[in-house]
Every structure is written in C-alpha cells, then in structure tokens.
Ligand binder design. Structure first.
Ligand code: CCH
Length: 292
C-alpha cells in the first residue's frame, strides 16, 4: 500500500471496500474494551467530526478532519475520541491514500452496518485540511440542556425535528464514561447492536433522576442499570420530538430508513459536491454479505 501512495494511485470502489473490510475486522479486536466492540466509539467519531457544520458560514463538517488538531481535539465534547482516532490511525497506516475525513466517516458507516444497522450510503471525496480550518468550541450538543438547545445546534447543521430524533437513535449504541463526559452507563441492554430499543425504552421504562454525585442523568427505575441524558429525555417531553420518537419506537424499519438518510447526510455536511468522486453514494457490502 505504501508504494501506491507514492504513485498517482486512484482508488476504486473496490479499494474503499477493502478499507471498510479492515475497519469491520477491527471492531471485534476490542477485547475487554467496553462491551467488546470499538463500533460505538467509531460512530461517535464520525458524528463529532461532521456535527461541527454551520450552514450559514459553510464551515465545519467532515471535510478537513480538523479534530486531528488542537484545540479541537481537546474540546470537552471530544473527550475519549483519542481512542477512536488511534484505532483509525492504524487503518490509515495500511491505506495511506485515504483522507482522514473519508476514513473517519467510513468508520461510522462500517460500524453501523456491521452492528446490524441499516445500510448507510457513502462516497469518498473529503480532503485533509489544516489546523486553521478547525471550528470553535461549542458547536456540538451539550447533554445537560433541553429542547431549545438541541434545536439550535441541529438546525444550525440544517436538520429538522424529525432528523434530530432519528439521529438521536444512535444512542442505542455504546455508553457514557465518567472519565470522558462525566455521565455513566449504557442506554440499552444491547449496546453493540443497532436497534430501535432506545426509543422503546424511553417510552416503556419509568425514568427517574439518578441519585449520585455526578451530572444530572436519568436511570430506569426497574433495573437502575440503564441511563438517559437530559437531552435524550426531552425527546419524549417535547410534543414535536415525541411524535417522531413514538413512530420509531413502534416501527424499527421506519427508524432504520430515516436514520440511514439523516446519518448519510450528516457525513456529507460541508463537503463540496464537486469533491465527491461519484455522483451517487455507494452502498458498501457488510463482511457477511461478502461471504455469501
Ligand atoms: Fe451521543 N453522546 N449525543 N450521539 N453518542 C455520547 C455517546 C455517544 C450527546 C451526548 C453524548 C448523538 C447525539 C448526542 C453517540 C452517537 C451520537 C455521550 C457519552 C454523550 C454525553 C460520551 C462518553 O462519556 O463516552 C448529545 C447531547 C447529543 C444530542 O443530540 C448523535 C446524533 C449520534 C450519532 C448519530 C454514540 C455512538 C455514543 C457512544 C460512544 C461510546 O464510546 O460508546
């Protein structure tokens, strides 16, 4: 691969599928890490590298992969993502021709698809930028706030209420870490499988404020092992959000379809259309599909 980088190597769709496959194989090399998969933290990296987009100024988004640089790497919202960037760096060594923005967003795609989620249409074209392209702190959501804040942050990216709710369903995956965000615990009982359980649990469980010295978060009354952030909980309190949350709780296929569309769009925010190597996004194959 190193020789390829030195020449005028033009990667094909098959080459990107190879990178996908390598990421997919890496997910399960997590051993004792968290719930045994790097998938959730890679989804968070893809999201935080894209969610800085501001439609008014056209700044931010996944194009320049500016989280590589300080101070963006040190923004509080990005705590712990050094783990994800480290995993991606190993893949980058193997495939030096891929840009960081393409690699990180492809990481999110591979993680969602390999964890039984929907197909996420994706295409390459992001380029590596410089520290001067980094965005100021405060563009990513703050979990301690409410519906007005969520709308302010996501409307700035160009999303509507339905897309805010659909995207939030990614919290079916992974967990909070006290040493990263201060919050603690997983949202669902299957944090390494992409499902609509996040929405089901929001409606089916009774949520109570956890009594502890950490930041305000909710716990399920029955087992006390699951959590919701204040921003998660507003999805069933705000009338407009609640309508979509209920629809996704009732219909996993609808959630998968809407999540796929919104997440695919998120990953392309701020990338000039002319940079994409293909006029249409691709659906890359899962490892399982390639075995058939
Ligand atoms: Fe999130 N998220 N997220 N989130 N997030 C956290 C973890 C994950 C908020 C806050 C937090 C999205 C939206 C929001 C993931 C994907 C998405 C954590 C814990 C906080 C806090 C971090 C830690 O301690 O490790 C807030 C607020 C919002 C507002 O909307 C969206 C959108 C997505 C993706 C589409 C994933 C996945 C995780 C788990 C990471 C892990 O390491 O397990």
């Amino acid at each position: 691969q190193a020789a390829k980088a030195a020449t005028n190597f033009v990667p094909s769709r098959a080459d990107y599928q190879k990178v996908y496959n390598r990421i997919a194989e890496t997910l399960d090399e997590a051993g004792e890490y968290d719930d045994g998969s790097y998938g959730p933290v890679l989804v968070r990296l893809a999201w935080h590298s894209s969610g800085t987009y501001d439609k008014e100024t056209g700044t931010g988004g996944s194009n320049y992969a500016t989280m590589r640089f300080e101070p963006e790497a040190l923004h509080g919202a990005n705590n712990g993502l050094n783990v994800a960037r480290g995993i991606m760096e190993k893949i980058k060594q193997e495939f030096p021709w891929i840009s960081y923005g393409d690699l990180w967003t492809l990481g999110g795609v591979a993680a969602i698809q390999e964890m039984q989620g929907p197909k996420i249409p994706w295409r390459p074209g992001r380029i590596d930028g410089f520290a001067k392209d980094a965005t100021p702190d405060g563009r990513l959501p703050d979990a301690t706030q409410g519906q007005d804040h969520l709308r302010k942050i996501f409307y700035r990216m160009g999303f509507n209420d339905q897309e805010i709710v659909a995207l939030s369903g990614a919290h079916a995956l992974g967990r909070c870490h006290t040493d990263r965000s201060g919050f603690e615990g997983p949202w669902t009982f299957s944090p390494t499988t992409f499902t609509h359980d996040y929405f089901k649990l929001l409606f089916d469980e009774k949520w109570v404020w956890r009594k502890w010295s950490g930041p305000k978060q909710l716990a399920d009354k029955k087992t006390g092992t699951l959590m919701m952030l204040p921003t998660d909980y507003v999805l069933i309190q705000d009338k407009s959000f609640k309508k979509y949350a209920k629809a996704y709780a009732d219909n996993q296929d609808l959630f998968f379809k809407d999540f796929s569309a919104a997440f695919a769009r998120l990953l392309e925010l701020g990338v000039p259309t002319a940079q994409f190597v293909s006029s249409e996004p691709w659906e890359l194959k899962t490892l399982d599909e390639q075995k058939k």
